[in-house]
Design a protein around this ligand. Structure first.
Ligand SMILES: NC(=O)c1ccc[n+]([C@@H]2O[C@H](COP(=O)([O-])OP(=O)(O)OC[C@H]3O[C@@H](n4cnc5c(N)ncnc54)[C@H](O)[C@@H]3O)[C@@H](O)[C@H]2O)c1
Length: 310
């Protein structure tokens, strides 16, 4: 699917980052966001993201100037082949927007929602016919972290989820398919599972917040940036592969799983995490820490690219 003109509805944390990536990939972008400073904030965001996108080799075909701003979503979607919706995570807002744009869509256009918490089924309630509508859930910031979780269901038009995935692939994203509706899709559930045990380990006195974080980035986190947990374990027991690993470690894992904690984010737990995170930051300013995170993600993305199979 060769889409040259796109639209971004909502240009906050996620929408502005999508806009930067679409521009870098050589697509023109029409933006709709009712915030008074939406145009200046989005232009600033794109300008700030551009050097990183260039460093990643993603701006070869793009220009930051191919962006227009519209005070009406109907005008913004006119002629767009791919529309990324990133408005606030409130069902009423999403439904109202879908109802407005649906009659104005170009035939064959796809609308993808960035929603993290709302499900595809809930959002389809805002459509007369949700055939052109899919979930296209990114990881923050979308211009830097490759993953997009794509989902359609029985009410989605034939081939629409495939075409959405093709569009994302064409602009350098890595897509997965979510086959069944669950809260948090896939990647956020993985994060939630790991964070639950990280909190449990600190709460039960095993290690500090800072040391649990360090155990992650200096250990499994580094491997997980290369390959997923199952692929890595298939290499963990020699020539016998996955079967040998399971034979060897099944009792160990079953025992650990029985022992994992189930903390709750109550006031005391939150206070403990806030203090632990502050201690671990050792006075580093939030903006500096975020810049350091982005620089490291960019460096890893560049370094790993030659080794990717897909
Ligand atoms: N922040 C994250 O880490 C993250 C990650 C992945 C997905 N998401 C999803 O992305 C979506 C947007 O989240 P965000 O973090 O960018 O929120 P945000 O609050 O930063 O941005 C929302 C933007 O939408 C604008 N807006 C408000 N009403 C609107 C309307 N009717 N039409 C168009 N724009 C409107 C606001 O002015 C704002 O600029 C949500 O569905 C969220 O779940 C967020």
């Amino acid at each position: 699917m060769d889409v040259t003109h796109t639209a971004c509805l909502g240009a906050g944390v996620i929408g502005a980052s999508w806009a930067a990536l679409f521009l870098a990939a050589g697509r023109s972008v029409a933006v709709y966001d009712p915030a008074a400073d939406a145009e200046s904030a989005t232009r600033d965001y794109v300008q700030n993201a551009w050097p990183t996108l260039t460093e990643l080799g993603l701006t070869e075909h793009g220009t930051p100037d191919a962006i227009t701003f519209h005070s009406d979503p109907v005008k913004a979607v006119k002629g767009a082949g791919f529309i990324q919706e990133s408005v606030p995570e409130r069902l009423m807002i999403k439904h109202a927007l879908f109802a407005q744009i649906e009659p104005a869509l170009t035939p064959g256009a796809i609308v993808a929602s960035s929603a993290s918490g709302l499900t595809l089924g809930q959002m389809q309630g805002g459509w007369n016919n949700p055939a052109p509508f899919v979930l296209g859930h990114p990881f923050n910031p979308p211009h830097l972290v490759p993953l997009v979780e794509v989902m359609g269901n029985e009410r989605t038009g034939p081939g629409v989820a495939d075409r959405a995935a093709q569009f994302y692939d064409a602009i350098g994203k890595v897509t997965i398919r979510v086959n069944r509706e669950v809260p948090g899709h896939v990647a956020n559930r993985l994060q939630a599972a790991v964070w639950r045990e990280a909190i449990h380990l600190t709460q039960s006195g095993v290690a500090s917040i800072g040391d649990v974080d360090k155990a992650m980035w200096a250990g499994p986190g580094l491997r997980w940036a290369a390959m997923g947990p199952t692929a890595l374990f298939s290499l963990g027991a020699g020539a016998g592969g996955m079967q040998a690993f399971c034979d060897h470690f099944k009792d160990t894992f079953n025992g650990w799983w029985d022992d994992l904690g189930q903390p709750v984010l109550d006031d005391d737990t939150i206070a403990m995490i806030v203090q632990g995170a502050a201690d671990a930051a050792m006075g580093e300013d939030q903006a500096d820490m975020a810049a350091r995170r982005d620089a490291m993600i960019t460096a890893m993305t560049k370094a790993l690219r030659p080794y990717r199979k897909a």
